[in-house]
Ligand binder design. Sequence first.
Ligand code: PMM
Length: 281
Amino acid sequence: MTARVLGVLNVTPDSFSDGGLHDTVEAAVAHGTALAAAGADIVDVGGESTRPGADRVPETEELRRTLPVVRALADRGIAVGIDTMRAPVAEAALAAGAVLVNDVSGGLADPRMAALVAATDAGWVLTHWRGPSATMDDRAVYDDVVAEVRAELLDRVDVAVAAGVRPDRIVLDPGFGFAKRAHHDVALLAGLHTLVATGFPVLAGTSRKRFVGSLTGRSVAVDRDAGTLATVVLAVQQGVWGVRVHAVAPARDAIRVVAAVCAQDAVAGGCGRCVPKVRAW
Ligand code: PMM
């Protein structure tokens, strides 16, 4: 199987690239269905913006935004992830049919998350995070960003496993843009293979992020899909398990092309890394 594609479905008024586009249940379900039809393996539903500087939304509001959408998509047979830092939201979404908890705080924002995931069959994306969006830019200080992100993520794995989470449920994500400056994101993208070498499935969430904007001069997030595609190719070549993107169809095509070329390369004794060997649920 080639790298998975997670399609982004933000049911928020203020996400940086698709905020306000899907803020009725009908619009969100229609978009989620379209993402699945375009080739998303998982539709990742989020009800709280994590853009830099964003404030938290109340839990009741996050539940109101996400739950009907999760339920409707799951009822249609679509694999759904819940993008949340809150255990009660994850719990409700799993009960409504979600199969994956995508926690951009890596379990740090809500200490109840590990026990919740341990009690279920769900996968858990642990993302590298150093604090809430409102203040994260102040924490973007590293000597060696690749080594530090890897070490901090493995600390989160230890906490998860100690709480009873099965290691084969865990996916690691370096958290592009979360307490990172553009040059940190570039270094992390170049060094993704270091994270892949841990043996855990790795997810790359580069889509339309600020560093793509600064590399391309594109200040408008939706204009960053071509730049994003380059990041998808670079990530997949390094053996990531999946990519989280807004524009699903082009990413799916790019992955097919990279996988075909890498398969040739493997025959010739070359990389062959782009077909992930690890399985996650
Ligand atoms: N980025 C955003 C939201 N959720 N989840 C994971 N696992 N990794 C990410 O990099 C990530 C995420 C940022 O906002 P967006 O939903 O508007 O892309």
